[in-house]
Design a protein around this ligand. Structure first.
Ligand SMILES: [Zn+2]
Length: 101
């Protein structure tokens, strides 16, 4: 009972399914469709193979951690900048206090 319409929906959902970004219900629908549909099963296998290769070579993981590290570094830099600004303001107020009062 498969038609092109079903396949297109399943193929749209496949990348999300591989990343475990779909609900268990959706996962079941995808699995059930692939049991009956040779085309989608083949595409799914190719997609998972690609991700396995990327994970093996470390490309996939490295890409993620580098992005994460960059974000962390950026947050630390922003925090240091904030503290320095606060310190500068306090010093300025103290100077004004000493000079004028
Ligand atoms: Zn299909």
């Amino acid at each position: 009972m498969n038609n092109r319409y079903d396949c297109n929906i399943i193929l749209d959902l496949l990348p999300l399914s591989i990343e475990h970004m779909v609900s268990e219900e959706t996962q079941q629908v995808i699995r059930a469709h692939m049991e009956e549909c040779e085309d989608c099963r083949q595409i799914y296998e190719e997609m998972t193979k690609e991700i396995d290769i990327m994970a093996e070579t470390g490309k996939y993981k490295r890409k993620r951690t580098r992005k994460h590290r960059y974000k962390k570094k950026n947050t630390v830099r922003m925090m240091i900048g904030g503290y320095l600004l606060l310190l500068l303001l306090i010093m300025a107020f103290c100077l004004i206090d000493i000079c004028f009062f």
